[in-house]
Each structure stands twice: as C-alpha cells, then as structure tokens.
Design a protein. Structure first.
Length: 426
C-alpha cells in the first residue's frame, strides 16, 4: 500500500463517494477506504433522497439510480397510544422531486459511478490514524499499512474518530445527536400499492410525532420501498436519557400501534439497524472544516438539516463532497495543500445550499427541542378530534372539548406562541 495518491478519502458514504466521483472525473488519482466489508454495508438512514444535487452532477442519474419509488404522498401523523391523526399531501411534486431508496444500494451504485470514472474504492479497510509531518497531514495508517497522499478528505460519518485526531472536531454532546433504529419489513409490492393507494413506482413518506418516541424529542418514520417498508424511530439522546427510554425496545411498541399494525400485519421484518444522526444544524458545525492537508465532508461536519417536516442529509453530504473535490483540484493546480489554500472550501460551502439551507432553518433545531410538539399537541389533537367525531345522544362542539383537554396542560397563549413560532421557523 505504500503508493502515493492525489487524495485519500475516508469513508464510502454519500460524502466520500461524491468527493471521489468529482476527483476521478478531474483525472486525479483518488482512493476511497471504507471499513465496511462492502460499499453500503455500514450506511443507515430513514428512506428518502432529494434529487437536485444528484441530477446536476450525474446526467444519467434518472435512468440509472436504484430508485425504489418516487414520493407522491407526504404524510404527517400525530399519535397517542390508541389513535392517530394524519395530514396528507398528494401531489406530483414535479418541481420538487424526491425518491425513496435503500441507502446501501444507492451508495453501492454511487461507488460504481466512482469506479467507472476511474476512482478506486476499497472496502474492508478501517483507517486508524493520520500520518502528519510538521503538522501537515500526509496520509493515513490502516493496521500496519501506510498510505500517502497530498490531501485526506475525511468523510467518516457521525463518529469523528479521524476528525478528532486532526483536531478539527470534538465528540458530539447528547443534545446534538439523535439515535435512529429502523426495521425493513417485507411485504408484497401489490400490498404496498393497495394499502397506500399508489400506482406503480409511486411512494409515501410518512413522519410521525408523539407515541412512536414515547413522547420524547424525535419522531417516527415510514417509507414505502418497492416491496418492503422502512419503519423507524429517531430520538434525541438527551431526551432518551431524561425519559429513560430504551430506544431499541421502542420500535416494537410503534410497530404494534393499531395504525401501524393494520399496515404491517402481513409483513415480516428482514433487517434491523441503528445509527446516529446530527441534529443541531448550523450550531453543530465545527469552527474549522479544514486543516493542513485535510478537509471534512458530510455528517462528520454536521451537514444535516432536520426541519421537522423534512430531513436532508444524503444530498448535502454528496454536495459537500463535490465542493471538497473542487477545492482539492484547485490546491492540486496551485501545489499548495495548506490550511490557507484549502480554506476556500469553507467559502464554497457558505455560497452553496449546504449553508444557505442550514442558515435559513437555523432556529428549527431550537424549536424542535420544544417537548410540547411531541407530548402535548399529539395527545390533545387526537383526544379532541376523537371526542368531536364521537356522536352519542348529544354531540359536542369543538371549543368546549378543546378547553377541557387543555385544562392544566396547555394555555391558549402558549399554544398561539408555539404555532406562530412553528410557522415562522420551520
Ligand atoms: C435514522 C436516520 C434517518 C435518516 N433519514 C434521512 C433521510 O430520510 N434522508 C436524508 O437525506 N438523510 C437522512 N439521514 C441522514 C443521512 O443518512 C446522512 O446525513 C448521510 O448518509 C451522511 O453521509 P456521510 O457520507 O457523511 O456518512 P455515512 O453515510 O455515515 O458514511 C460514512 C462512511 O465512513 C465509513 N467509515 C467511518 N469510519 C471509517 C474509518 N475509520 N475507516 C474507513 N471507513 C470509515 C463508514 O463505514 C461509512 O460507510 C438519516 C440518518 C439517520 C441515522
């Protein structure tokens, strides 16, 4: 392995593969090292990818990408232990395409694109450390092997082992990350279409608030793949600790909720996985994204936007990889891989949607830390609508039911303030 590359990339997720794809297209000599036994083996997410960034970069994207279904229905469901209230948007989303994909398959496909472009991706290699000479990164070590390069792009994902060694980021704090657990449930393609009233190739993205997280900060998700369903729960670590929630057990309760059970009763779980996800938006990004001979891209840099209604991580990771590659190409031409030279990466990010999106929703993470959105509102909404739709001898008007349910739990003033804050910031 004692060969020298133009660039070494740590991690074959969307960020690392995006960087490798661009660098290979520039004609640079690039290698991606991935600790998983195959590309995609370690990659876990919820289920949906936004297209814009991929379509711009890979012209054949629509023809080739392993799309399970195109999202045609967006749903938000508020749940208590027995009931569920769902808001559904049905649309062709032609100007705002997103698709449901299995991330491991998607990254495997991206890996193939890298190889077709002339890049090298080597799975089964865990990078242990960085090689530094006079404070400048010159390569990596993996076991007894040493590998040298002009520059290292660290795209290792949420566990910042290499980034910490480079002095670029600290461990995440419990309020900055959430843990997600996910099951993939086998169910026939026709059953998916029938249950969700979908045509061939159409999909549903369903987010949940309330009961799925045992009313802790976070949410549930359900995505319709072609002939499987991705079902999962994401909970912020500090909230799980405060509520003493065993995150691994909680998905069982979610699966057995009557609303979900009717959907999945004929299905059988075929896969189970868990992963961390950055939650803090702009505030979770380290002060420095580059050092002498190293750049950070993707989750390790905190480039994930969770604005409650949507989550974007894969496309932002890929884009940050592209921008890192662009910076490396310029540094290669200048023959200068110092921090000063690589700092144009930070400028490129600031001028891209990675930062403009995180900036636009910078108050979202604070708002999403408001427990009432997970505890009080799902419960009150389910209870009020249930009573309003329950017709005994005498039917009741909504307002007295609402007042009764709010008593001791929520003031009108707080509710109005929360609604205004949600509308302004999400
Ligand atoms: C539960 C959950 C739901 C999510 N839902 C969505 C969603 O629906 N849509 C969306 O866009 N985003 C979603 N995200 C976020 C999204 O998954 C991430 O933002 C994105 O995948 C990050 O890509 P990445 O390349 O930075 O990191 P990763 O995909 O984590 O890739 C990092 C890679 O580096 C490898 N690696 C790590 N250390 C080493 C080492 N030392 N040596 C070699 N290899 C190493 C890992 O094995 C891994 O393959 C979700 C995340 C979670 C956890």
């Amino acid at each position: 392995m004692e060969e020298k590359f133009d660039a070494i990339i740590v991690g074959a997720g969307a960020a690392g593969l995006g960087a490798a794809y661009r660098l290979a297209k520039y004609g640079l000599n690039v290698v991606v090292l991935e600790r998983g036994q195959r590309i995609g083996a370690k990659n876990v997410y919820g289920g949906r990818i936004y297209t814009h960034v991929f379509e711009k970069e890979i012209p054949e994207f629509r023809k080739e990408a392993p799309v399970e279904r195109w999202v045609k229905k967006e749903r938000l469901t508020l749940m208590n232990s027995d009931d569920a209230v769902t808001l559904e948007l049905f649309s062709d989303f032609s100007a705002n395409d997103s698709f449901i994909a299995i991330l491991s398959k998607f990254n495997e496909w991206l890996g193939k694109k890298v190889e077709d472009a002339g890049g090298l991706v080597i799975p089964g290699i865990k990078v242990d450390d960085l090689i530094a000479e006079n404070g400048t990164i010159k390569g990596i070590t993996a076991g007894d092997e040493k590998l040298y390069a002009d520059v290292v792009i660290d795209a290792e994902g949420i566990n910042p082992i290499i980034a910490k060694k480079a002095g670029l980021r600290d461990d995440w704090k419990p309020n900055q990350v959430a843990v997600g657990v996910k099951e993939v449930i086998k169910i026939s393609e026709n059953t998916v279409n029938d249950i969700f009233q979908l045509n061939e190739g159409e999909g549903v993205a369903n987010l949940f608030l309330g009961y799925p997280t045992n009313y802790a900060l976070g949410g549930g998700f359900l995505y319709t793949n072609k002939d499987t369903i991705s079902l999962g729960v994401v909970i912020r670590i500090d909230s799980a600790i405060a509520k003493r929630i065993q995150v691994y057990d909680i998905i069982e309760d979610f699966r057995n909720h009557p609303f979900i059970h009717r959907i999945l009763k004929e299905g059988s779980p075929i896969e189970y996985s868990a992963h961390l996800v950055p939650e803090e938006g702009l505030d979770g990004i380290p002060r420095n994204l580059v050092g002498d001979g190293i750049l950070l891209a993707g989750d390790v840099a905190g480039f994930v936007l969770n604005r409650g209604l949507t989550i974007r991580g894969v496309d932002l990771a890929f884009l940050s990889g592209l921008l890192a590659a662009e910076t490396v190409k310029e540094a290669h031409e200048a023959g200068d891989f110092s921090r000063a030279s690589l700092s144009s990466y930070e400028e490129k990010l600031k001028n891209s949607i990675v930062f403009s999106e995180l900036e636009a929703f910078k108050r979202a993470s604070g708002l999403l830390g408001n427990l009432r959105f997970y505890e009080t509102y799902p419960q009150i909404l389910c209870e009020v609508l249930k009573d309003a739709y329950t017709v005994g001898e005498n039917s009741r008007k909504i307002y007295p039911i609402l007042r009764e349910k709010m008593k001791g739990r929520l003031s009108l003033f707080t509710m109005i303030r929360d609604v205004i804050s949600a509308v302004r910031n999400l």
